[in-house]
Ligand binder design. Structure first.
Ligand SMILES: C[C@H](O)[C@@H](O)[C@@H](O)C(=O)CO
Ligand SMILES: [Mn+2]
Length: 596
Protein backbone atom coordinates (compact mmCIF):
# COMPACT_ATOMS: atom_id res chain seq x y z
CA UNK A 1 0.00 0.00 0.00
CA UNK A 2 1.41 3.45 -0.79
CA UNK A 3 1.71 5.77 2.18
CA UNK A 4 -0.99 8.00 0.68
CA UNK A 5 -3.45 5.11 0.60
CA UNK A 6 -2.45 3.97 4.07
CA UNK A 7 -2.58 7.43 5.56
CA UNK A 8 -6.05 8.19 4.32
CA UNK A 9 -7.77 4.85 4.65
CA UNK A 10 -10.13 6.13 7.35
CA UNK A 11 -11.67 8.46 4.78
CA UNK A 12 -12.69 12.10 4.87
CA UNK A 13 -15.65 14.10 6.13
CA UNK A 14 -18.35 14.88 3.60
CA UNK A 15 -20.31 18.03 2.88
CA UNK A 16 -23.96 17.72 3.82
CA UNK A 17 -26.37 19.72 1.68
CA UNK A 18 -29.75 20.55 3.17
CA UNK A 19 -32.46 21.78 0.78
CA UNK A 20 -34.96 23.59 2.98
CA UNK A 21 -38.46 24.35 1.77
CA UNK A 22 -41.70 26.04 2.71
CA UNK A 23 -43.64 23.29 4.54
CA UNK A 24 -47.11 24.37 3.45
CA UNK A 25 -48.70 21.65 1.33
CA UNK A 26 -51.50 21.85 -1.20
CA UNK A 27 -49.66 24.16 -3.50
CA UNK A 28 -46.68 25.97 -2.06
CA UNK A 29 -44.33 23.10 -1.13
CA UNK A 30 -45.21 21.04 -4.20
CA UNK A 31 -44.40 23.95 -6.51
CA UNK A 32 -40.95 24.30 -4.95
CA UNK A 33 -39.76 20.70 -4.58
CA UNK A 34 -37.91 20.47 -7.89
CA UNK A 35 -36.33 23.89 -7.79
CA UNK A 36 -35.12 23.35 -4.22
CA UNK A 37 -33.71 19.88 -4.76
CA UNK A 38 -32.07 21.07 -7.99
CA UNK A 39 -30.27 23.81 -6.08
CA UNK A 40 -28.85 21.14 -3.78
CA UNK A 41 -27.76 19.01 -6.72
CA UNK A 42 -26.14 21.96 -8.48
CA UNK A 43 -24.19 22.86 -5.34
CA UNK A 44 -23.08 19.24 -4.84
CA UNK A 45 -21.84 19.13 -8.41
CA UNK A 46 -20.04 22.43 -8.07
CA UNK A 47 -18.25 21.50 -4.84
CA UNK A 48 -17.26 18.02 -5.99
CA UNK A 49 -15.72 19.42 -9.13
CA UNK A 50 -14.00 22.36 -7.44
CA UNK A 51 -12.58 20.77 -4.30
CA UNK A 52 -10.40 17.78 -3.54
CA UNK A 53 -9.42 15.94 -0.41
CA UNK A 54 -5.75 15.70 0.62
CA UNK A 55 -5.49 12.36 -1.22
CA UNK A 56 -6.56 14.00 -4.47
CA UNK A 57 -10.06 12.46 -4.61
CA UNK A 58 -12.99 14.80 -5.34
CA UNK A 59 -14.89 16.01 -2.29
CA UNK A 60 -18.06 14.03 -1.58
CA UNK A 61 -21.42 15.64 -0.91
CA UNK A 62 -24.45 14.06 0.71
CA UNK A 63 -27.91 15.54 0.09
CA UNK A 64 -30.77 15.12 2.57
CA UNK A 65 -33.23 12.43 1.41
CA UNK A 66 -36.06 14.93 1.16
CA UNK A 67 -36.40 18.67 1.22
CA UNK A 68 -36.61 19.92 4.78
CA UNK A 69 -39.94 21.59 5.50
CA UNK A 70 -40.00 21.16 9.26
CA UNK A 71 -38.41 19.64 12.29
CA UNK A 72 -39.08 15.97 11.47
CA UNK A 73 -37.25 16.28 8.18
CA UNK A 74 -34.49 18.33 9.81
CA UNK A 75 -33.96 15.51 12.30
CA UNK A 76 -34.02 12.84 9.57
CA UNK A 77 -31.40 14.82 7.67
CA UNK A 78 -29.20 15.19 10.78
CA UNK A 79 -29.44 11.45 11.30
CA UNK A 80 -28.44 10.73 7.72
CA UNK A 81 -25.52 13.16 7.94
CA UNK A 82 -24.22 11.65 11.18
CA UNK A 83 -24.23 8.17 9.66
CA UNK A 84 -22.60 9.38 6.43
CA UNK A 85 -19.77 11.20 8.22
CA UNK A 86 -20.79 14.73 7.26
CA UNK A 87 -18.44 17.41 8.62
CA UNK A 88 -19.78 20.57 6.97
CA UNK A 89 -23.37 21.75 6.68
CA UNK A 90 -24.72 23.81 3.81
CA UNK A 91 -28.37 24.77 3.58
CA UNK A 92 -29.86 25.92 0.27
CA UNK A 93 -33.26 27.34 -0.47
CA UNK A 94 -35.12 29.48 -2.99
CA UNK A 95 -38.02 30.25 -0.69
CA UNK A 96 -39.38 31.07 2.71
CA UNK A 97 -39.03 28.22 5.23
CA UNK A 98 -39.71 28.01 8.95
CA UNK A 99 -36.44 29.23 10.44
CA UNK A 100 -35.86 27.49 13.74
CA UNK A 101 -37.75 24.40 12.56
CA UNK A 102 -35.50 23.78 9.58
CA UNK A 103 -32.13 24.95 10.86
CA UNK A 104 -29.15 22.72 11.57
CA UNK A 105 -28.63 22.56 15.32
CA UNK A 106 -25.28 20.69 15.45
CA UNK A 107 -22.99 23.21 17.17
CA UNK A 108 -19.73 21.79 15.82
CA UNK A 109 -20.57 21.65 12.10
CA UNK A 110 -19.43 24.75 10.20
CA UNK A 111 -22.62 26.12 8.64
CA UNK A 112 -23.74 28.24 5.75
CA UNK A 113 -27.05 29.10 4.14
CA UNK A 114 -27.47 30.03 0.48
CA UNK A 115 -30.69 31.98 0.03
CA UNK A 116 -31.60 32.32 -3.64
CA UNK A 117 -31.92 35.91 -4.73
CA UNK A 118 -35.27 35.66 -6.54
CA UNK A 119 -38.59 37.45 -6.52
CA UNK A 120 -41.23 34.73 -6.97
CA UNK A 121 -40.48 33.29 -3.53
CA UNK A 122 -38.56 35.00 -0.73
CA UNK A 123 -35.31 33.00 -0.32
CA UNK A 124 -33.55 36.05 1.04
CA UNK A 125 -36.19 36.60 3.68
CA UNK A 126 -35.61 33.11 4.99
CA UNK A 127 -31.87 33.67 4.81
CA UNK A 128 -32.13 36.77 6.99
CA UNK A 129 -34.59 35.15 9.38
CA UNK A 130 -32.65 31.95 9.88
CA UNK A 131 -29.31 33.74 10.24
CA UNK A 132 -30.82 35.84 13.01
CA UNK A 133 -31.94 32.56 14.60
CA UNK A 134 -28.44 31.16 14.36
CA UNK A 135 -27.01 34.29 16.00
CA UNK A 136 -29.67 34.17 18.71
CA UNK A 137 -28.79 30.55 19.50
CA UNK A 138 -25.02 31.12 19.45
CA UNK A 139 -24.47 29.04 16.32
CA UNK A 140 -22.59 31.30 13.88
CA UNK A 141 -23.51 30.62 10.25
CA UNK A 142 -22.31 32.09 6.97
CA UNK A 143 -24.85 33.79 4.74
CA UNK A 144 -24.65 33.50 0.97
CA UNK A 145 -26.80 35.72 -1.18
CA UNK A 146 -26.13 36.45 -4.85
CA UNK A 147 -25.75 40.02 -5.97
CA UNK A 148 -27.96 39.63 -9.03
CA UNK A 149 -31.66 38.74 -9.02
CA UNK A 150 -32.24 35.37 -10.68
CA UNK A 151 -35.44 34.07 -12.33
CA UNK A 152 -37.09 31.10 -10.63
CA UNK A 153 -36.30 28.77 -13.53
CA UNK A 154 -32.61 29.71 -13.53
CA UNK A 155 -30.65 26.69 -12.29
CA UNK A 156 -27.21 28.24 -12.61
CA UNK A 157 -25.10 29.14 -9.58
CA UNK A 158 -23.90 32.71 -10.15
CA UNK A 159 -20.15 33.31 -9.95
CA UNK A 160 -20.22 35.39 -6.77
CA UNK A 161 -22.30 32.68 -5.09
CA UNK A 162 -19.92 29.99 -6.36
CA UNK A 163 -16.99 31.81 -4.87
CA UNK A 164 -18.63 32.00 -1.47
CA UNK A 165 -19.87 28.41 -1.55
CA UNK A 166 -16.37 27.18 -2.41
CA UNK A 167 -14.65 29.46 0.12
CA UNK A 168 -16.98 28.31 2.87
CA UNK A 169 -16.71 24.62 1.95
CA UNK A 170 -12.93 24.70 1.65
CA UNK A 171 -12.49 26.18 5.13
CA UNK A 172 -15.28 24.02 6.57
CA UNK A 173 -13.57 20.88 5.31
CA UNK A 174 -10.29 21.99 6.87
CA UNK A 175 -12.12 22.27 10.21
CA UNK A 176 -13.67 18.85 9.75
CA UNK A 177 -10.52 17.10 8.53
CA UNK A 178 -8.28 18.23 11.41
CA UNK A 179 -10.92 17.34 13.99
CA UNK A 180 -10.09 14.14 15.85
CA UNK A 181 -6.48 14.06 14.60
CA UNK A 182 -3.35 14.65 16.66
CA UNK A 183 -0.44 17.01 16.93
CA UNK A 184 2.55 14.82 17.71
CA UNK A 185 5.17 16.52 19.83
CA UNK A 186 8.47 14.74 19.22
CA UNK A 187 10.52 16.02 22.10
CA UNK A 188 9.61 19.01 24.18
CA UNK A 189 10.51 22.70 24.37
CA UNK A 190 13.28 23.76 22.00
CA UNK A 191 15.63 26.42 23.31
CA UNK A 192 12.93 28.09 25.35
CA UNK A 193 10.69 28.75 22.35
CA UNK A 194 7.24 29.29 23.89
CA UNK A 195 5.47 27.95 20.79
CA UNK A 196 6.96 24.55 21.59
CA UNK A 197 5.14 24.43 24.92
CA UNK A 198 2.50 22.31 23.21
CA UNK A 199 -0.80 23.48 24.68
CA UNK A 200 -3.33 20.66 24.91
CA UNK A 201 -6.24 23.00 25.70
CA UNK A 202 -5.62 25.05 22.58
CA UNK A 203 -5.62 22.00 20.33
CA UNK A 204 -8.56 20.40 22.09
CA UNK A 205 -10.88 23.38 22.36
CA UNK A 206 -10.09 25.32 19.19
CA UNK A 207 -9.14 22.59 16.74
CA UNK A 208 -10.85 19.51 18.17
CA UNK A 209 -7.47 17.78 18.20
CA UNK A 210 -5.49 15.65 20.57
CA UNK A 211 -1.92 16.32 21.58
CA UNK A 212 0.43 13.36 21.69
CA UNK A 213 3.91 13.47 23.13
CA UNK A 214 6.91 11.20 22.58
CA UNK A 215 10.36 11.64 24.03
CA UNK A 216 13.15 11.88 21.46
CA UNK A 217 14.76 8.84 23.13
CA UNK A 218 12.16 6.92 21.11
CA UNK A 219 14.27 7.66 18.03
CA UNK A 220 17.31 6.11 19.73
CA UNK A 221 15.31 3.03 20.68
CA UNK A 222 13.95 2.56 17.18
CA UNK A 223 17.34 3.10 15.56
CA UNK A 224 19.17 0.74 17.92
CA UNK A 225 16.49 -1.94 17.97
CA UNK A 226 15.90 -1.57 14.22
CA UNK A 227 12.24 -0.65 14.51
CA UNK A 228 11.85 0.60 10.95
CA UNK A 229 11.46 -1.14 7.64
CA UNK A 230 15.01 -2.20 6.66
CA UNK A 231 14.04 -2.78 3.03
CA UNK A 232 12.67 0.75 2.83
CA UNK A 233 15.86 2.01 4.47
CA UNK A 234 18.04 0.46 1.74
CA UNK A 235 15.80 1.89 -0.96
CA UNK A 236 15.78 5.31 0.71
CA UNK A 237 19.54 5.45 1.18
CA UNK A 238 20.16 4.55 -2.47
CA UNK A 239 17.67 7.22 -3.55
CA UNK A 240 19.28 9.81 -1.27
CA UNK A 241 22.73 9.07 -2.71
CA UNK A 242 21.30 9.56 -6.16
CA UNK A 243 19.12 12.62 -5.53
CA UNK A 244 20.29 14.56 -2.49
CA UNK A 245 23.59 16.12 -3.38
CA UNK A 246 25.82 17.04 -0.49
CA UNK A 247 26.81 20.71 -0.55
CA UNK A 248 30.07 22.27 0.59
CA UNK A 249 30.99 22.05 4.25
CA UNK A 250 30.91 25.55 5.68
CA UNK A 251 32.46 24.59 9.01
CA UNK A 252 35.99 25.54 10.02
CA UNK A 253 38.24 22.59 9.33
CA UNK A 254 38.66 21.70 12.98
CA UNK A 255 34.89 21.17 13.29
CA UNK A 256 34.38 19.22 10.07
CA UNK A 257 33.36 15.60 10.41
CA UNK A 258 35.31 12.80 8.71
CA UNK A 259 33.91 11.25 5.53
CA UNK A 260 33.06 8.09 7.47
CA UNK A 261 31.15 10.08 10.09
CA UNK A 262 29.34 12.04 7.41
CA UNK A 263 28.25 8.81 5.73
CA UNK A 264 27.04 7.51 9.05
CA UNK A 265 25.04 10.74 9.51
CA UNK A 266 23.33 10.14 6.18
CA UNK A 267 22.20 6.75 7.42
CA UNK A 268 20.96 8.18 10.68
CA UNK A 269 18.98 11.02 9.11
CA UNK A 270 17.27 8.64 6.71
CA UNK A 271 16.28 6.38 9.62
CA UNK A 272 15.08 9.42 11.59
CA UNK A 273 12.84 10.33 8.65
CA UNK A 274 11.29 6.89 8.50
CA UNK A 275 10.81 6.88 12.26
CA UNK A 276 9.22 10.33 12.44
CA UNK A 277 6.77 9.40 9.70
CA UNK A 278 5.98 6.05 11.34
CA UNK A 279 5.43 7.84 14.65
CA UNK A 280 3.00 10.21 12.96
CA UNK A 281 0.86 7.87 10.89
CA UNK A 282 2.00 4.32 11.67
CA UNK A 283 3.26 1.79 9.15
CA UNK A 284 1.72 -1.63 8.43
CA UNK A 285 5.18 -3.00 7.59
CA UNK A 286 6.17 -2.66 11.25
CA UNK A 287 3.41 -5.08 12.25
CA UNK A 288 4.78 -7.62 9.77
CA UNK A 289 8.16 -7.16 11.42
CA UNK A 290 6.72 -7.90 14.84
CA UNK A 291 6.16 -4.36 16.10
CA UNK A 292 2.39 -4.25 16.32
CA UNK A 293 2.10 -1.29 18.67
CA UNK A 294 4.59 0.85 16.76
CA UNK A 295 2.74 0.02 13.54
CA UNK A 296 -0.26 2.01 14.78
CA UNK A 297 1.29 5.49 14.93
CA UNK A 298 -0.22 8.53 16.67
CA UNK A 299 -2.91 9.56 14.15
CA UNK A 300 -0.95 12.77 13.64
CA UNK A 301 -1.89 15.22 10.89
CA UNK A 302 0.87 17.58 12.05
CA UNK A 303 3.90 17.20 14.26
CA UNK A 304 6.93 19.02 15.56
CA UNK A 305 10.47 17.91 16.21
CA UNK A 306 12.28 19.60 19.09
CA UNK A 307 15.77 18.89 17.86
CA UNK A 308 17.65 21.70 19.52
CA UNK A 309 19.27 21.18 21.77
CA UNK A 310 18.68 17.93 23.64
CA UNK A 311 18.94 15.95 20.40
CA UNK A 312 21.16 18.05 18.19
CA UNK A 313 23.97 18.49 20.72
CA UNK A 314 24.66 14.80 20.27
CA UNK A 315 22.82 13.41 17.22
CA UNK A 316 22.44 14.63 13.61
CA UNK A 317 19.83 17.38 13.41
CA UNK A 318 16.26 17.00 12.19
CA UNK A 319 16.59 19.15 9.08
CA UNK A 320 16.58 16.26 6.64
CA UNK A 321 13.57 14.56 8.22
CA UNK A 322 11.66 17.82 8.40
CA UNK A 323 12.39 18.90 4.83
CA UNK A 324 11.70 15.48 3.34
CA UNK A 325 8.47 14.98 5.26
CA UNK A 326 7.30 18.50 4.40
CA UNK A 327 8.02 17.94 0.70
CA UNK A 328 5.63 16.33 -1.77
CA UNK A 329 8.04 13.56 -2.80
CA UNK A 330 10.61 11.14 -1.46
CA UNK A 331 11.99 7.68 -2.27
CA UNK A 332 8.42 6.38 -2.40
CA UNK A 333 7.58 8.81 -5.20
CA UNK A 334 5.31 11.82 -5.36
CA UNK A 335 2.91 11.91 -2.43
CA UNK A 336 1.13 14.31 -0.11
CA UNK A 337 3.42 16.21 2.27
CA UNK A 338 3.40 15.49 5.99
CA UNK A 339 3.36 18.60 8.10
CA UNK A 340 6.26 18.97 10.53
CA UNK A 341 7.23 22.06 12.50
CA UNK A 342 10.86 22.81 13.28
CA UNK A 343 11.80 23.36 16.91
CA UNK A 344 8.45 21.78 17.79
CA UNK A 345 6.92 25.23 17.35
CA UNK A 346 3.34 24.07 17.46
CA UNK A 347 2.07 27.63 17.06
CA UNK A 348 3.70 27.61 13.63
CA UNK A 349 2.61 24.03 13.02
CA UNK A 350 -1.03 25.12 13.30
CA UNK A 351 -0.90 27.71 10.48
CA UNK A 352 1.12 25.18 8.44
CA UNK A 353 -1.75 22.74 8.91
CA UNK A 354 -4.33 25.41 8.06
CA UNK A 355 -2.43 26.43 4.92
CA UNK A 356 -2.00 22.81 3.92
CA UNK A 357 -5.64 21.86 4.33
CA UNK A 358 -6.77 24.98 2.44
CA UNK A 359 -4.47 24.36 -0.53
CA UNK A 360 -3.37 20.70 -0.44
CA UNK A 361 0.16 21.98 -1.05
CA UNK A 362 3.35 21.83 0.98
CA UNK A 363 4.18 24.68 3.38
CA UNK A 364 7.45 26.47 4.05
CA UNK A 365 8.48 26.86 7.69
CA UNK A 366 10.91 29.70 8.28
CA UNK A 367 12.42 32.10 10.75
CA UNK A 368 11.28 35.65 10.03
CA UNK A 369 14.86 36.65 10.33
CA UNK A 370 15.77 40.05 8.99
CA UNK A 371 14.04 43.15 7.69
CA UNK A 372 16.18 44.43 4.86
CA UNK A 373 15.11 47.95 3.99
CA UNK A 374 16.09 49.44 0.65
CA UNK A 375 18.66 51.69 2.35
CA UNK A 376 20.34 48.85 4.20
CA UNK A 377 20.50 46.70 1.06
CA UNK A 378 22.00 49.59 -0.85
CA UNK A 379 24.52 50.32 1.89
CA UNK A 380 25.70 46.73 2.05
CA UNK A 381 25.56 45.74 -1.64
CA UNK A 382 25.22 48.96 -3.65
CA UNK A 383 22.03 47.48 -5.14
CA UNK A 384 18.79 49.47 -5.30
CA UNK A 385 15.70 47.35 -4.63
CA UNK A 386 12.96 47.76 -7.21
CA UNK A 387 9.56 46.35 -8.19
CA UNK A 388 7.76 44.28 -5.54
CA UNK A 389 10.88 44.61 -3.35
CA UNK A 390 11.12 48.41 -3.54
CA UNK A 391 9.71 48.83 -0.03
CA UNK A 392 12.10 46.32 1.50
CA UNK A 393 12.23 42.59 2.08
CA UNK A 394 11.93 40.02 4.78
CA UNK A 395 14.64 37.37 4.84
CA UNK A 396 12.85 34.07 5.58
CA UNK A 397 15.41 31.46 6.48
CA UNK A 398 15.73 28.59 8.94
CA UNK A 399 17.43 25.26 9.10
CA UNK A 400 14.85 22.50 9.08
CA UNK A 401 11.35 22.37 7.83
CA UNK A 402 11.42 24.33 4.58
CA UNK A 403 9.80 22.05 2.02
CA UNK A 404 11.72 21.49 -1.21
CA UNK A 405 8.51 22.46 -3.02
CA UNK A 406 9.51 25.94 -1.83
CA UNK A 407 12.29 26.07 -4.40
CA UNK A 408 9.65 27.27 -6.89
CA UNK A 409 10.83 24.66 -9.40
CA UNK A 410 7.29 23.51 -10.14
CA UNK A 411 5.29 25.62 -12.52
CA UNK A 412 1.83 26.73 -13.52
CA UNK A 413 1.34 28.51 -16.84
CA UNK A 414 5.11 28.81 -17.12
CA UNK A 415 5.43 30.58 -13.77
CA UNK A 416 7.05 29.21 -10.59
CA UNK A 417 4.51 27.54 -8.32
CA UNK A 418 3.88 25.04 -5.55
CA UNK A 419 1.21 22.49 -6.41
CA UNK A 420 -0.85 19.68 -4.91
CA UNK A 421 1.03 16.41 -5.28
CA UNK A 422 -1.31 15.12 -7.99
CA UNK A 423 -0.33 18.01 -10.26
CA UNK A 424 3.43 17.60 -9.74
CA UNK A 425 5.29 15.79 -12.52
CA UNK A 426 8.30 13.55 -11.92
CA UNK A 427 10.34 16.12 -13.80
CA UNK A 428 9.25 18.92 -11.47
CA UNK A 429 10.03 16.86 -8.36
CA UNK A 430 13.47 16.20 -9.82
CA UNK A 431 14.00 19.90 -10.46
CA UNK A 432 13.18 20.66 -6.81
CA UNK A 433 15.73 18.04 -5.73
CA UNK A 434 18.33 19.36 -8.14
CA UNK A 435 17.86 22.91 -6.84
CA UNK A 436 18.52 21.75 -3.27
CA UNK A 437 21.88 20.90 -1.80
CA UNK A 438 22.44 19.31 1.58
CA UNK A 439 25.02 21.21 3.56
CA UNK A 440 26.79 19.64 6.52
CA UNK A 441 25.09 21.29 9.47
CA UNK A 442 26.74 24.29 11.12
CA UNK A 443 28.68 22.57 13.88
CA UNK A 444 28.64 25.47 16.30
CA UNK A 445 24.86 25.23 16.41
CA UNK A 446 24.52 21.52 15.72
CA UNK A 447 27.28 19.61 17.48
CA UNK A 448 25.81 16.30 16.39
CA UNK A 449 26.01 17.18 12.69
CA UNK A 450 23.37 16.32 10.12
CA UNK A 451 22.46 18.05 6.88
CA UNK A 452 20.55 21.27 6.23
CA UNK A 453 18.65 21.78 3.00
CA UNK A 454 19.99 24.77 1.10
CA UNK A 455 18.02 26.41 -1.69
CA UNK A 456 16.84 29.77 -2.88
CA UNK A 457 13.13 30.26 -3.58
CA UNK A 458 12.35 31.52 -7.07
CA UNK A 459 10.84 34.97 -7.20
CA UNK A 460 7.44 35.95 -8.54
CA UNK A 461 5.33 33.51 -6.54
CA UNK A 462 2.27 34.89 -4.77
CA UNK A 463 2.69 33.78 -1.15
CA UNK A 464 0.94 34.15 2.17
CA UNK A 465 2.78 34.12 5.46
CA UNK A 466 0.82 33.36 8.61
CA UNK A 467 1.44 32.73 12.27
CA UNK A 468 -0.61 31.80 15.30
CA UNK A 469 0.19 33.62 18.52
CA UNK A 470 -1.09 32.84 21.96
CA UNK A 471 -1.89 35.66 24.34
CA UNK A 472 -2.63 35.02 27.98
CA UNK A 473 -6.09 36.36 28.58
CA UNK A 474 -7.26 36.15 24.96
CA UNK A 475 -6.02 32.80 23.66
CA UNK A 476 -4.90 32.26 20.06
CA UNK A 477 -4.76 35.06 17.50
CA UNK A 478 -3.76 34.73 13.87
CA UNK A 479 -1.71 37.06 11.69
CA UNK A 480 -1.61 36.98 7.92
CA UNK A 481 0.59 38.75 5.35
CA UNK A 482 0.07 38.27 1.63
CA UNK A 483 2.99 39.11 -0.61
CA UNK A 484 5.42 37.78 -3.21
CA UNK A 485 8.67 35.89 -3.32
CA UNK A 486 11.36 38.02 -4.91
CA UNK A 487 14.42 37.35 -7.07
CA UNK A 488 17.55 39.29 -6.21
CA UNK A 489 20.61 39.51 -8.45
CA UNK A 490 22.77 36.49 -7.46
CA UNK A 491 25.61 38.60 -6.04
CA UNK A 492 23.17 40.61 -3.91
CA UNK A 493 21.57 37.44 -2.53
CA UNK A 494 25.02 36.02 -1.85
CA UNK A 495 26.19 39.08 0.02
CA UNK A 496 23.08 39.14 2.23
CA UNK A 497 22.93 35.37 2.69
CA UNK A 498 26.57 35.12 3.72
CA UNK A 499 25.96 37.54 6.58
CA UNK A 500 23.77 34.87 8.16
CA UNK A 501 23.91 31.07 7.85
CA UNK A 502 24.31 30.34 4.13
CA UNK A 503 23.70 26.61 4.62
CA UNK A 504 19.97 27.26 5.09
CA UNK A 505 17.18 27.78 2.55
CA UNK A 506 16.20 31.37 1.78
CA UNK A 507 12.96 32.94 0.65
CA UNK A 508 13.03 36.67 -0.05
CA UNK A 509 9.54 37.84 0.80
CA UNK A 510 7.92 41.17 0.00
CA UNK A 511 4.64 41.60 1.85
CA UNK A 512 2.05 43.78 0.13
CA UNK A 513 1.85 47.02 2.02
CA UNK A 514 -1.32 49.06 2.36
CA UNK A 515 0.03 52.21 3.95
CA UNK A 516 -2.05 51.54 7.08
CA UNK A 517 -1.53 49.98 10.50
CA UNK A 518 0.71 46.92 10.61
CA UNK A 519 0.99 47.12 6.81
CA UNK A 520 2.08 50.76 6.64
CA UNK A 521 5.53 49.59 5.52
CA UNK A 522 7.45 46.32 5.25
CA UNK A 523 9.27 47.38 8.41
CA UNK A 524 5.94 47.57 10.22
CA UNK A 525 5.07 44.02 9.13
CA UNK A 526 8.31 42.77 10.66
CA UNK A 527 7.81 44.95 13.71
CA UNK A 528 4.32 43.56 14.30
CA UNK A 529 5.12 39.91 13.68
CA UNK A 530 4.28 37.99 16.83
CA UNK A 531 7.14 35.51 17.00
CA UNK A 532 10.32 34.23 15.39
CA UNK A 533 8.57 31.98 12.86
CA UNK A 534 6.14 32.12 9.96
CA UNK A 535 4.39 29.53 7.82
CA UNK A 536 4.45 30.34 4.12
CA UNK A 537 1.88 29.07 1.64
CA UNK A 538 1.82 29.35 -2.11
CA UNK A 539 -0.92 31.69 -3.34
CA UNK A 540 -2.88 34.48 -1.78
CA UNK A 541 -4.89 32.50 0.70
CA UNK A 542 -5.46 35.22 3.28
CA UNK A 543 -9.22 35.26 2.72
CA UNK A 544 -9.46 31.50 3.20
CA UNK A 545 -7.39 31.71 6.38
CA UNK A 546 -9.72 34.42 7.71
CA UNK A 547 -12.80 32.30 6.96
CA UNK A 548 -11.21 29.26 8.60
CA UNK A 549 -10.11 31.24 11.65
CA UNK A 550 -13.62 32.59 12.14
CA UNK A 551 -15.03 29.05 12.09
CA UNK A 552 -12.59 28.11 14.85
CA UNK A 553 -13.25 31.45 16.68
CA UNK A 554 -9.63 32.54 16.35
CA UNK A 555 -9.47 36.31 15.86
CA UNK A 556 -7.15 37.74 13.21
CA UNK A 557 -4.96 40.45 14.67
CA UNK A 558 -3.39 41.67 11.42
CA UNK A 559 -3.95 41.01 7.74
CA UNK A 560 -3.65 42.74 4.40
CA UNK A 561 -6.62 41.11 2.69
CA UNK A 562 -8.96 43.51 0.87
CA UNK A 563 -12.22 44.06 2.75
CA UNK A 564 -14.39 42.70 -0.05
CA UNK A 565 -12.60 39.34 0.12
CA UNK A 566 -13.25 38.84 3.83
CA UNK A 567 -15.98 36.27 4.45
CA UNK A 568 -17.07 35.49 8.01
CA UNK A 569 -20.28 34.29 9.69
CA UNK A 570 -23.12 36.77 9.35
CA UNK A 571 -23.24 37.34 13.11
CA UNK A 572 -19.80 39.04 13.02
CA UNK A 573 -21.57 42.12 11.61
CA UNK A 574 -23.60 42.32 14.81
CA UNK A 575 -20.46 43.08 16.81
CA UNK A 576 -19.98 46.48 15.22
CA UNK A 577 -18.79 47.51 11.79
CA UNK A 578 -16.30 50.21 12.70
CA UNK A 579 -12.94 48.50 12.54
CA UNK A 580 -13.62 44.96 11.39
CA UNK A 581 -10.70 43.57 13.41
CA UNK A 582 -12.24 44.74 16.67
CA UNK A 583 -15.56 43.09 15.78
CA UNK A 584 -13.69 39.87 15.03
CA UNK A 585 -12.11 39.86 18.49
CA UNK A 586 -15.45 40.55 20.14
CA UNK A 587 -17.25 37.87 18.14
CA UNK A 588 -14.61 35.21 18.80
CA UNK A 589 -14.56 36.01 22.51
CA UNK A 590 -18.34 35.92 22.66
CA UNK A 591 -18.86 32.59 20.92
CA UNK A 592 -15.73 30.99 22.36
CA UNK A 593 -13.72 28.11 20.95
CA UNK A 594 -15.61 25.72 18.68
CA UNK A 595 -15.22 22.68 20.94
CA UNK A 596 -15.50 24.20 24.39
C1 LIG B 1 20.60 27.46 14.91
C2 LIG B 1 19.77 28.37 15.66
O1 LIG B 1 19.62 27.86 16.96
C3 LIG B 1 18.42 28.55 15.00
O2 LIG B 1 17.76 27.35 14.97
C4 LIG B 1 17.65 29.63 15.65
O3 LIG B 1 18.09 30.83 15.14
C5 LIG B 1 16.20 29.54 15.35
O4 LIG B 1 15.84 29.09 14.31
C6 LIG B 1 15.24 30.06 16.33
O5 LIG B 1 13.95 29.93 15.90
MN1 LIG C 1 13.68 28.88 14.01
Amino acid sequence: MTDNAYRYQSGFPKIGIRPTIDGRRKGVRESLEDQTMNMAKAVAELLSSALRYPNGEPVECVISDTCIGGVAEAAASADKFAKAGVGVSLTVTPCWCYGTETMDMDPTLPKAVWGFNGTERPGAVYLAAVLSGYAQKGLPAFGIYGEQVQDSGDTTVPEDVQEKLIGFARAGLAVAIMRGKSYLSMGSVSMGIAGSIVNDGLFQEYLGMRTEYVDMSEFVRRIEEEIYDPAEFEKALAWVKENCKEGPDNNPERLQKSRADKDKDWETVVKMTQIARDLMIGNPRLAELGFGEEAMGHNAIVSGFQGQRAWTDHFPNGDFLETILNSSFDWNGIRAPYIVATENDSLNGIPMLMGYLLTNTAQIFADVRTYWGADSVERVTGHKLTGAAAGGLLHLINSGSATMDGTGEQSRDGKPAMKPFWDISAEEAQKCLDATSWRPASAEYFRGGGYSSDFLTKGGMPMTMSRLNYVKGIGPTLQIAEGYSVDLPPEVHDALDKRTDPTWPTTWFAPIVTGKGAFRTVYDVMDNWGANHGSISYGHIGADLITLASMLRIPVSMHNVAEERVFRPRAWGLFGTDGIEGADFRACANFGPLYK
